[in-house]
Design a protein around this ligand. Structure first.
Ligand SMILES: [Zn+2]
Length: 601
């Protein structure tokens, strides 16, 4: 099918609600609220006691999950609806409405987490091992750890109720600002207003002039909007500083590490190993510079394709490639992916006001997930589709877990997605005959890996530095943040690539810095982990599949370190992370060998 004439899929949210006016939305919110009130009446004061019984705690947890589920549905629906048109005020209002209701529900539940934290130690040790609580053991242990950072109940209540007009409000403002931003691009005297996705796609254009112009427009537009974006960022830096102080977190990233259930030391080890392998980035970009025949490489050359005649892929072709790759790995994988296409669980059509990028949203274990992306026909869009479907399959496999055990922690959340991308990469590569085409695709894969592993680690170090400096010196001016951003990324490239002036502004549109501070290292963690899992799959074949499915099906029901130990992986050891980096090195060497082969021919 011709790409231009193709109608791209949009999702159908009617599995959740009929529309924004569906009366069931209000009904569910009110029912959830009523259940929260009943829950509070029934359990307040009964948890943090010496004679708490395992059977009672289990009943409480089941009730808690049921009412949470009811509250999640309207919220998920509102945010999905909002993401395909963030300029529609009705959608924005519905998001706000469900968030305010969720906060009002949460205020009646805060006591529960606090009481779990206050169960006397002697009672607790007997309790968590009880067979009735086996399913919830990991959840309870983690709650207990979190509880040591809780404030008093009235304080927690005030924080929850005001969250929608401080942190969460600024995050929403960021989404609204960046989604509405138009990037004016001049071509032959005509100015076209591009969306962010359209503009970023031009950074992959074969024409250097186009890439340079796109990069300039990106920089200029971000500079133009720098004031509200920088203000938002600064406000959130300070909010985090205050919250960390109140909750007793020693380092800016400690709360993320606790949420991720990864010890600070394991994160430090991974980051150190990645930094000590920065030479791979430099080595690759030197190769790329010579392949492109350029005197010097600039930031807008990073994603320059090595083959200029790339045909636009249709969504139909993308679907076929992805399903075939999944089928080759395991028919079960393809089976799980098919309904996403057949039942409209994917929204792939770019549209004005639609959120940029891509995501997969798991709702609750008894509802299927949804995938959002902006398909433009590039081979990397096929990888993105595979990536988000990987998340989707992970959610589907974990759907036998209860709600509290459903979602994997962040560092494992990228396991299935990156693995799925790897499968599709192999498939795409097998379709290619010439060494030049293979090199071009390998280069694309390497660049994605660099973006996931090395770039995310330098972004993590950027965050560490700005959060650290904010704590030391107070509010940071724009120039300081720009400088730290340039330095943190330039040290990865050293002299293999120059980050020009317009690159200074590009931290301003990275959603993770605003939405989920320190999220970024989870990508590096996931990618390196998957590289070793993939190596194991190649070695073990079918024997690997069972253990892999078990890992995904476990969802968030167990500690990541424990689950990975069963696969023989020790995340505390530098050798493990170096093993992942060695596989990237192999690919860099492969690219160099292909380049030599082409030069000789
Ligand atoms: Zn992902």
């Amino acid at each position: 099918m011709n790409q231009e004439s193709e109608t791209l899929p949009t999702w159908n949210l009617s599995d959740l609600y009929e529309g924004p006016e569906d009366p069931r939305i209000e009904a569910d919110l009110h029912a959830a609220r009523q259940r929260a009130l009943d829950f509070e009446k029934r359990w307040r004061g009964r948890v943090a006691t010496e004679d708490l019984q395992a059977g009672d705690l289990r009943r409480a947890l089941e009730e808690y999950e049921a009412l949470q589920r009811l509250a999640i549905l309207p919220q998920s629906y509102a945010s999905l609806l909002f993401s395909t048109d963030t300029t529609d005020p009705r959608r924005g209002a519905l998001v706000q409405r469900t968030r305010e209701m969720a906060s009002s529900i949460a205020t009646h539940l805060i006591f529960f987490d606090l009481e779990i934290g206050r169960v006397p130690e002697s009672t607790w040790t007997g309790l968590v091992c009880a067979p009735e609580l086996l399913e919830y053991r990991h959840y309870l242990e983690h709650e207990r750890e979190l509880a040591s950072h809780h404030l008093s109940e009235p304080e927690e209540k005030v924080l929850e109720e005001t969250a929608n007009c401080r942190g969460r409000a600024f995050r929403r403002l960021f989404t609204e600002l960046t989604s509405r931003m138009k990037y004016p691009l001049e071509r032959k005297g005509q100015v076209r207003e591009l969306t962010q996705s359209e503009l970023l796609a031009l950074l992959y254009d074969p024409d250097r002039q186009v890439r340079r112009q796109a990069s300039e427009v990106l920089g200029q537009t971000l500079e133009h909007h720098a004031h509200p974006l920088h203000f938002t960022f600064n406000t959130l830096l300070q909010e985090k500083q205050v919250m960390d102080r109140l909750r007793g977190f020693s380092r800016p990233e400690s709360s993320r590490n606790l949420d991720n259930e990864i010890p600070d030391e394991a994160v430090d080890t991974m980051v150190d190993v990645v930094v000590s392998n920065y030479d791979l980035v430099r080595r690759y970009y030197q190769l790329k510079r010579s392949l492109l025949g350029l005197e010097s490489l600039w930031h807008y050359d990073r994603y320059a394709p090595l083959l200029s005649e790339r045909a636009g892929l249709s969504f139909e072709e993308a679907r076929e490639i992805v399903l075939e790759a999944f089928e080759d790995f395991s028919p079960r994988f393809a089976e799980l992916a098919r309904p996403f296409f057949e039942r409209n669980w994917i929204d792939a059509a770019p549209a004005p006001g639609k959120r940029g990028g891509a995501f997969c949203a798991g709702v609750t274990p008894d509802k299927h997930p949804y995938v959002l992306m902006n398909f433009t026909g590039k081979p990397r869009d096929v990888m993105t589709l595979a990536h988000e479907l990987g998340h989707g399959l992970h959610d589907c496999l974990a759907s036998s877990q209860t709600l509290l055990n459903y979602s994997p922690v962040l560092p494992l959340a990228e396991t299935a997605s990156t693995f799925a991308e790897m499968l599709v990469f192999e498939k795409l590569q097998a379709r290619l005959e010439s060494p030049r085409a293979r090199l071009a695709l390998l280069a694309e894969k390497l660049e994605d890996t660099f973006a996931t592993v090395f770039r995310q680690v330098s972004m993590f170090r950027f965050e560490q530095r700005v959060h650290g400096l904010r704590r030391e010196k107070g509010e940071l001016d724009l120039e300081t943040v720009n400088r730290i951003w340039q330095e943190s990324l330039q040290e990865m490239f050293a002299d293999s690539l120059t980050l020009g002036e317009d690159h200074r502004w590009t931290w301003l549109y990275v959603p993770h810095f605003v939405q989920t501070p320190f999220y970024v290292y989870a990508y590096a963690f996931g990618e390196l982990l998957v590289l070793s899992l993939y190596a194991r799959y190649r070695k073990e074949g079918a024997a690997f599949q069972g253990r892999y499915f078990d890992l995904l099906a476990a969802g968030g029901s167990r500690r990541p370190q424990e689950m990975l130990a069963e696969l023989g992986i020790d995340i505390a050891r530098a050798e493990f992370w170096q093993g992942g980096c060695d596989l990237i090195r192999e690919n860099v060497l492969k690219a160099e060998a292909l380049a030599r082969e082409i030069a000789k021919a």
